[in-house]
Design a protein around this ligand. Sequence first.
Ligand code: ATP
Ligand code: MG
Length: 407
Amino acid sequence: MYRLQKEGFEAYLVGGCVRDLLLGREPKDFDVATNADPEQVRKVFRNCRLIGRRFRLAHVHFGREVIEVATFRGAAEQQNDMQVLNKDGRLLRDNVYGTIEEDVWRRDFTVNALYYNIKNFSVVDYVGGMDDHKAGTLRLIGDPETRFREDPVRMLRAVRFAVKLGFKLHGDCAQSIHTSAELLYSIPPARLYDEVLKLFLSGYALQTFEALRHYGLFQILFPDTEKSLATEDNGFPRLLLIKALENSDNRIAEGKTVTAYFLLSAFLWEPYQLRAKELMSKGQAEYVAYQEAANDVLARQVKSTALPRHISLAIREVWGLQPKFNYCFGPRPGRLLTHPRFRAAFDFLLLRADTGGAEAELANWWTRFQFADEAEQLKMTKPPRKRANAKSGRKRTYRKKSTDKDA
Ligand code: ATP
Ligand code: MG
């Protein structure tokens, strides 16, 4: 900001960082608003990249930090080819530049529209954001329906911020989400995937999940999961996802990392199970049914939220490794330990065991096995006496096969 000012431009801190600092929280990142246009920003900073088409921005890199520098947006009425709305009133491009007085009306919530001025260390507030902030109210600037039509993702942002800040959604805004939820179907799946990561990987996953369901937004992001939640498992509600969300929040609170694919494996686990059972009931063999169920469920999910390829591959692996935990004898358990996805798959097994989907004894066995020394592991995987027959049985088939081949 000092650098921009030295070059004769205005620069303010704005958005989440001001809002979070006022709550005494450490901001996740810093956003700067300026009257310099993106090209001018690039000239001021060597370490700067311009990104975004719909909404052009400068990313200024300082070591590992990225500061998002946005040029003040102009008034909504000045439509030309730099600002494009589709027939539903959705903003397809928004690159009309203006002044801070115009920019403020383009922001989503009043508490996100506070500008911190380094010239006199004051907060500039045109929309009553400070009052809302004090009252803990998340209020859209302007008419909620219009603002949601312009950008339906604001509904997801509303839920995310309300949960994260512990703010209450203003009545008009809450009301409007119920009636506008379906607008989210028009958002490209890739953008919804990015939003899903923000919704569920920032430490408030469980509350966010409940709020999204309350507002009818969850079913748009995860239609099959929503359907599976309506069914029961032998008279019990399906708890695996809830437990996964809880665990992930706890991990974040402890400063540990969480991975998107693990959580998504949990989101789609029940639909995957239901689909596999459906295929088996139609006579499909178990192994094939699970393969096909994974294909079907993932193919359907990417229509709602895109899934990068490495993520869907990892989800498949976590799922595919689950039956392998049932083999506790011979060399197979040892081999499973060296699988690159063992850790995640094992955590997933714990999750299943925790929620009645796998034997607790099995989970305990694997917990002991992975920390046992080599001699102990050998002992643990030694087939019991009864198994000796089975082993000789296997030998016989092998011999038979080889004679077949010889013949
Ligand atoms: P976070 O803590 O998640 O970073 P944030 O409020 O900073 O929250 P960003 O996505 O970083 O959110 O956006 C920065 C600011 O840009 C917002 O505070 C808001 O003023 C504005 N903004 C971002 N996305 C939108 C949007 N879809 N519609 C209107 N204004 C937006
Ligand atoms: Mg931000």
